[in-house]
Write a protein that binds this ligand. Structure first.
Ligand SMILES: CC(C)(CNC(=O)c1ccc(Oc2ccccc2)cc1)c1ccc2c(N)nc(N)nc2n1
Length: 335
């Protein structure tokens, strides 16, 4: 059904439409975050979510505490111990066009006196995780959950080769990143599951989530998961003064980072980065669903802070869903 323009609505009609959207979106969230089996494509979810945000922005009195616009991520799966994140795991605001990205940049610069660069990073299509190190020793791994309460997956993350059990310096730090399943590992896993008559995973993100949020650690260990770490929640222990230097410091500590980050000195350079990786996407060894731009100076990140859900100093530019063309050399030719 065609949506009425927001201007033609009043608070009552907007509240009715918003209530229907929340029921639908919350069910889709549960499928995506709790069951690791989404029922709709990301772009369908994003479109309906953007409509709800527009309704709640036009009519703030209709916002409800259970609205998906007020929540981060999913809940805690039965069988997992709950973990309280000492510092919340945040999500990211989304934009879908260069125009919206330009508006984000202009809005941000209105609130910041000094000039600053952005750090551009790939947005890996996986699931968020947090690693807690104490005196350099890995003591806990957890999923985002609802941003405040996540699942303890320590035993599972100990089986992931890209996660060091000991940092190269005795830091006490909370590191955030993404766990993902490489495309090749995903293809192998689904081929094995199909041969065994088991249900296949719809995409690498669901396969990673189903493999990490797994009560049987032996299953996680054989799923060829990997990680890219991208932020800390508590900046104190690091020497880096910028996001880009922090990623380099992560690598020096023995953490795995995605090497395709780039400092952009203008929005033109941000758009060039987006265009480059929109073309590179099919050839990357892992799925990406967009790029993330972050204010590069860490003191600026700290001073701008976050809303209840997202940092004010970062935004995700989302790509359209991944219609991965089959690479012809992958096709078995029968003669
Ligand atoms: C930026 C951040 C949201 C992580 N950062 C945090 O979670 C975070 C959390 C509290 C922070 O500080 C606070 C301390 C106290 C209160 C509130 C915030 C700072 C960062 C994020 C999320 C997803 C990302 C992704 N998929 N790909 C890349 N490349 N980067 C990403 N970055």
């Amino acid at each position: 059904m065609a949506k009425q323009p927001i201007e033609s609505l009043n608070a009552t009609t907007a509240a009715t439409e918003a209530a229907d959207l929340r029921v639908e979106l919350n069910q889709w969230r549960q499928d995506y975050y709790d069951n690791d089996a989404p029922k709709v494509e990301d772009d369908v979810y994003d479109r309906e979510y953007a409509r709800l945000v527009a309704l709640e922005t036009a009519f703030p009195t209709i916002v409800t505490p259970d609205s998906p616009t007020q929540l981060v991520g999913g809940t805690v799966k039965a069988g997992f111990t709950k973990v309280q994140h000492p510092i919340p795991m945040l999500s990211l605001g989304d934009v879908f066009s260069q125009g919206e990205l330009q508006e984000f940049d202009e809005r941000l610069r209105q609130n910041v006196d000094e000039p600053f660069d952005y750090n551009c990073e790939l947005k890996i299509d996986g699931l968020a995780l947090s690693l807690r190190y104490e005196n350099g020793r890995l003591i806990q791994g957890s999923t985002r959950g609802n941003g405040t309460i996540g699942e303890d997956i320590t035993k599972n993350i100990m089986t992931i080769a890209s996660i060091p059990h000991q940092l190269k310096r005795p830091l006490t730090v909370e590191v955030r990143g993404e766990c993902y399943m490489p495309k090749a590992a995903f293809a192998d896993l689904n081929a094995r599951r199909e041969a065994a008559g088991e249900p296949v995973f719809a995409n690498p993100r669901n396969a990673a989530a189903g493999s990490l949020r797994q009560l049987d650690t032996k299953v996680t260990a054989e799923r060829q998961l990997s990680t890219f770490m991208y932020n800390v929640a508590d900046y104190a222990p690091l020497t880096a003064r910028t996001q880009s230097d922090m990623l380099t410091e992560f690598a020096d500590l023995g953490l795995t980072i995605n090497p395709d980050f780039k400092v952009a000195h203008s929005m033109t350079e941000v758009f060039d980065y987006i265009d480059h990786y929109q073309h590179e996407r099919p050839d990357l060894a892992y799925g990406i669903d967009g790029i993330v731009i972050k204010a590069n100076p860490l003191p600026l990140q700290r001073s701008l802070g976050a809303t209840v859900k997202v940092p004010r100093w970062a935004i995700a530019f989302k790509f359209p869903p991944d219609e991965q063309p089959t690479l012809l050399e992958d096709v078995e030719w029968t003669v």
